[in-house]
Design a protein around this ligand. Structure first.
Ligand SMILES: Nc1nc2c(ncn2[C@@H]2O[C@H](COP(=O)(O)OP(=O)(O)OP(=O)(O)O)[C@@H](O)[C@H]2O)c(=O)[nH]1
Length: 278
């Protein structure tokens, strides 16, 4: 068996930073995890990938081709389809070692994950290669400090989850960058009471009044079926990173021979009165 995280999320949400944080953290636990860059437009990351899609195709190749003349979005989709057509290349890069653990740092174009089947086909490939996979969806917490934006981020997370059909973890990234009051606001949305969120969305504009029932219905579906849950990610808090690593490893059954105890990430204030954001 092999293990993988498919690291997805909008552009700039912190996917590459998450990958290098996880690699460094795993080292502290004497575990080795690898990263593969799947973003053909990536400019910078500070991990050493074991494979890089840019060696197969770069976004510029698709955009500068006289026949294709793709724009950035079409070009990116073309690159991902090109990867699927050349999957033996990736197969060779991945090798066949049992027990390997790989993070796939994906491009930030979210439609690849919400409603196109390109990445789903990629997931099918990984399954045939004996990978246990968890999708990890990152969303920048700075864009979640508002009821309407939080609901929108939640719906995107849900679309990714439904489209990929994988065990799934949502992370609120860059928690270290938001103020205490913003943290409190986000924490209130994480409470199991949809009315806190809905009351905020439903005040103000005429538009929100008109669509109150729709918003309420969306909020209730998510809440009633416990469909989407977010974990705060603070890369500066080693304990928080360890908790997330542990939780995902449990999901993909990595290290199941070890003494794996059920443990979850604390989303509520502990005895010391510290909040979950560290
Ligand atoms: N302070 C802080 N900065 C972060 C964090 N995560 C990412 N960043 C910064 O945010 C920017 C974007 O981060 P990336 O990791 O490149 O994001 P990405 O999702 O891989 O971006 P794309 O490749 O464009 O899709 C970089 O300048 C990072 O240094 C975080 O948790 N805390």
């Amino acid at each position: 068996m092999r293990y993988a995280q498919l690291v997805v999320g909008p552009a700039g949400s912190g996917k590459s930073t998450y990958c290098s944080t996880m690699v460094q953290h795993a080292e502290t636990e004497n575990k080795t995890i690898h990263v593969i860059n799947l973003d053909p437009a990536a400019e910078y990351f500070d991990y050493s990938p074991i494979a890089d899609i840019r060696e197969l195709i770069h976004l510029d190749d698709a955009m500068e081709d006289d026949e294709m003349r793709f724009g950035p979005n079409g070009g990116l989709i073309f690159c991902m389809e090109y990867l699927l057509e050349n999957i033996p290349w990736l197969k060779e890069q991945i090798g066949e070692d049992d027990d390997d653990y790989i993070l796939f740092d994906c491009p930030g174009q979210i439609e690849l994950f919400t409603h196109m089947d390109t990445m789903k086909k990629f997931v099918e490939f990984l399954k045939t290669e004996n990978f246990m996979i968890c999708s990890v969806f990152l969303v920048d917490s700075q864009f979640m400090v508002d009821g309407a934006k939080f609901l929108s981020g939640t719906m995107t997370a849900l679309s990714v989850m439904i489209n990929l059909e994988l065990p799934h973890v949502n992370l609120l990234s860059k928690i270290d960058l938001i103020s205490k009051s913003s943290k409190k606001q986000i924490e209130s949305y994480l409470e199991p009471d949809p009315h806190i969120l809905l009351s905020e969305i439903n005040t103000g504009s005429r538009w929100s009044e008109k669509y109150t029932k729709l918003t309420e219905a969306l909020g209730k579906i998510i809440e009633d079926f416990s469909l989407v849950r977010f974990y705060p990610l603070n890369i500066k808090d080693e304990e928080n990173v360890a908790d997330i690593f542990f939780t995902i490893n449990n999901i993909i059954q990595y290290g199941e021979d070890a003494d794996v105890k059920a443990k979850d990430i604390d989303l509520h204030p502990d005895e010391d009165g510290e909040d979950s954001f560290g």
